[in-house]
Design a protein around this ligand. Sequence first.
Ligand code: SAH
Length: 359
Amino acid sequence: MNEEKKIDICGLELNEFESLIEEMGEKAFRARQIYGWVFNAGVRDFAGMTDIPSQLRARLAVRFSAETCRVERKSVAGDKMAVKYALSLADGNVIEAVKIYDSEKLDKYTVCVSTQVGCPVNCAFCQTAKMGFIRNLSAAEITGQVLAAAFDAEGSAEGLSNVVYMGMGEPLLNYDNVVKSVKIINCPKAFNVSMRKITVSTAGVAPMIKKLMNENMPITLALSLHAPADALRDKLVPLNRKYNIKCLMDAVKTYARTTGRRVTIEYVLIDNVNDKKSDAVKLAELLKNTLCHVNLIPMNKTEGGFSAPLKSKISEFKNILVRSGINATVRSSRGQDINAACGMLYREMKRARADGENI
Ligand code: SAH
């Protein structure tokens, strides 16, 4: 079949879409109408766009689509506070996205998106690393995850408050598509999520942190630090051999100073690995005078044999930071019973497939 590949609307910024619509001899406002159907009403089939002339609907269907991510499987946490989606892509690859409800405002939720199929960074404790790297996601495959999660069940995206780039993959190794997807998610005619409520998390690609700083997008940057010194970080996050802690702290400080935005420092607490009192003291020393907030994440158990420290050890670690004047909180882990952590859904899917389960 000699069918030209359709362009997914979810990967087009509004001005790009307007130009394409004008190239078809149509008025630009049609692009805004269609954008609204896709992003605000979750309608992906042109036949359902009732205020578009039927002839144009037919022409659109030849050229465009909005169906990049299809829900293949979903699981809802026991407390219903998180929903995890396995989404299938056109080439058969499967990625994951998670919808997490706000524990205080139950009508608000965050969507956590993936940026790559697999990941090349190979963090020692991360489940996605076990997949290896398969490919980058397109901008449409990133915004498509928000669409799939937002319009699941309720049939309305209402309540979408935050988007975090903390699923599978390393966002800053898929820079252009990530930046484009951020702009689309932020667009008032699309999801209209404020830049401040979009978080991009990185394992530490220092030059790309500086590039991101110059995009003029007031998003939140999160750095996955996980260790206060190079010897340990080299083992946990091998990318550290390329961009070490000094180089990353330089990038983070410059980012915070230039953008005025507080950087989130993520620190996965792993029992007997990076949770000593002396680690907390070193971390406090490293972060002093930096505009940041430390997010302590108790390790989600994976295949690697690592586990979370006892609760008492976690609060002790936090208290050392706080007493040293470092802003720190422990992340409440929702969705643990559905393995909502990075790469964990993939493991479950593989297991189910191996067991012959039809998913
Ligand atoms: N590659 C990016 C974003 C994806 S991972 C990054 O490294 O920041 C999002 C966060 O989840 C990272 O801080 C990562 O280190 C953390 N993470 C990965 N596996 C985890 C696990 N098993 N338990 C808790 N956090 C984990």
